[in-house]
Write a protein that binds this ligand. Structure first.
Ligand SMILES: *Cc1c(COP(=O)(O)O)cnc(C)c1O
Ligand SMILES: [Zn+2]
Length: 505
């Protein structure tokens, strides 16, 4: 819609000007650092950082109804910079001018309600939010859109020459980093480090296609991460892992969109996310906290993190019910089909601990839970979801398994409504499905295929035919007709089709 067609009272707010006073806050020593350089950890004590806004309270000069109206109207505006996560500019990174914002089509992913039989199978109403429908096919694009917009702002305002972006990845971070860096290819070069053999072929092909330098490292993600941290400490690079707090800001858009898709009514809602490096759950908590603080929502949803029993350090931490007795211990992961979340030492753990406290303080009751599921449940749930019209990846399956677990444990009630994060597109993880169907999944996953969920193609070679069509070698007309009939009859026999009545021959 054209600007002059919006209501008068909203028009002057629709296109935001740079505002806010953002700074890095250390989660340990509470130190504050300004934004002129890209920091990942506290220069004083080495702890991870979060970005806060000194002018946050100014946003409260408007009531929640104002913000709801503004965001809903802004969706009709056709300014590219505001079409993605920066629809929520004031809540994400208000210091960024629109000219630096990169928009590749991220955000505003569909929220798809489970069909009746799936709702009945689970025992409650729920939705998948398909974050696999982002440009690089995972939610990581939300954080990258923000981080690379900031990098492009730094390049322009500080006259930086070429920047090298770098990250370690379980597959999706590197795909997103390489894609967004490729868009800035004139000034940003990209390098990614992957654990050799621990990302899917699709995920490996993504940064290659985007023109990134790709390094495969022996070990698992946690090992790659250490190498990348070493590089980031000693060399001139822009680290794009979720240690980079700008990514957390961008990923908060997930919460804003979930709220908007329910017209900001979060009463009785439950949001489930898989936990790997714990950047996503950090952002989801932070996002809903912001909405509640500004009165944009009246209730905080329950948040449930889900981990596989093969990679469950956050679950183990919260299993201790007495907060004073909780101790975080990194674990050694075992192979997981939820490979993108196969992390034993989550970088954002200090952020999670801080935000869970703040969230529950605001909520006034326990509102954040972490459940653990088996590899078998993850695979089965993914396949069952997709047999009912979804496009969930294994981590999406993990969320569904987590919902069933939470319901069984009484953490969630049947009259609540859940939103499950389908964090990536099913096609990125299709190898797990193929091995499940073929019955040759690595035994280390401990998954036994259920016959009723298996599927495989049937090759049809109709009996009684001497020759078949081949590429570049069409059959003569009569032989071709015989081929069509015999093949169709074979398929009809397999499918036990009834012949149409009243047809001759
Ligand atoms: C990165 C990723 C996760 C885990 O998110 P964290 O922020 O690392 O906890 C889950 N699913 C998919 C598909 C991912 O790419
Ligand atoms: Zn510090």
């Amino acid at each position: 819609m054209r600007l002059d067609e919006f209501p008068d009272d909203i028009r002057s707010y629709l296109v935001p000007r740079p505002s806010g006073d953002l700074f890095y806050r250390c989660l340990q020593c509470e130190g504050e650092f300004d934004l002129t350089s890209l920091l990942y950890t506290c220069p004083g004590c080495g702890q991870v950082l979060l970005i806060e806004d000194r002018q946050w309270a100014h946003l409260k000069e408007h009531p929640g109804t104002f913000w709801r109206r503004l965001f809903d109207y802004r969706r009709m505006l056709n300014i590219p910079a505001l079409k993605g996560i920066f629809l929520f500019h004031e809540l994400i990174a208000p210091v960024l001018p629109l000219e630096d914002i990169i928009y590749l089509g991220e955000g505003h992913t569909p929220v798809v309600r489970a069909n009746e039989s799936l709702r009945r199978w689970v025992g409650m109403d729920f939705f998948f939010k398909n974050d696999g429908q982002n440009p690089s096919a995972s939610f990581k694009d939300r954080g990258m859109a923000c981080a690379l917009s900031y990098v492009s702002y730094l390049i322009r305002t500080q006259g930086l020459g070429e920047v090298l972006s770098i990250c370690a990845s379980t597959g999706d971070t590197s795909a997103a980093a390489a894609l967004y860096s490729a868009y800035l290819s004139k000034t940003v070069k990209s390098a990614v480090l992957l654990p050799h053999g621990k990302v899917t072929p699709q995920q490996l092909s993504q940064p290659l296609g985007s023109g990134a330098r790709v390094f495969e490292i022996p070990g698992v993600f946690d090992d790659c991460m250490k190498v990348v941290e070493y590089l980031a400490e000693r060399y001139q690079v822009a680290l794009l892992n979720s240690k980079n707090a700008w990514r957390i800001l961008g990923q908060e858009s997930y919460s804003f969109e979930v709220a908007a898709s329910f017209d900001y009514d979060m009463k009785g809602k439950v949001v489930l996310v898989p936990i790997g490096n714990a950047g996503n759950i950090t952002a989801v908590l932070g996002g809903f906290w912001k909405l509640r603080d500004l009165g944009i929502i009246d209730y905080l949803p329950k948040i449930i993190g889900v981990q596989s029993e093969h990679a469950d350090p956050v679950y183990r931490y919260y299993r201790e019910s007495n907060p004073a007795k909780r101790v975080f211990r990194a674990i050694t992961v075992r192979p997981s089909v939820a490979q993108a979340a196969m992390i034993g030492n989550p970088v954002s753990m200090p952020r999670v601990i801080r935000l869970v406290e703040t969230y529950e303080q605001m909520s006034g009751e326990p509102a954040v839970f972490v459940v653990q599921v088996t590899e078998q449940e993850i695979m089965d749930c993914q396949l069952i979801a997709n047999r009912n019209g979804h496009i969930a990846c294994t981590q999406g399956g993990e969320c569904l398994a987590g919902l069933r677990q939470a319901l069984a444990a009484g953490i969630v009630r049947q009259d609540e409504v859940a939103v499950l994060d389908a964090t990536a597109h099913t096609l990125k993880f299709v190898g797990f499905q193929e091995h499940y169907f073929a019955g040759d999944l690595d035994p280390a996953y401990r998954v036994i295929p259920r016959a009723e969920l298996k599927n495989s193609p049937s090759f049809v070679r109709a009996p009684g035919l001497k020759r078949f069509p081949a590429s570049g070698q069409p059959l003569p007309a009569d032989e071709f007709q015989a081929f069509v009939e015999a093949t169709a009859k074979e398929i009809a026999r397999e499918l036990r089709l009834q012949e149409r009545r009243g047809r001759d021959s």
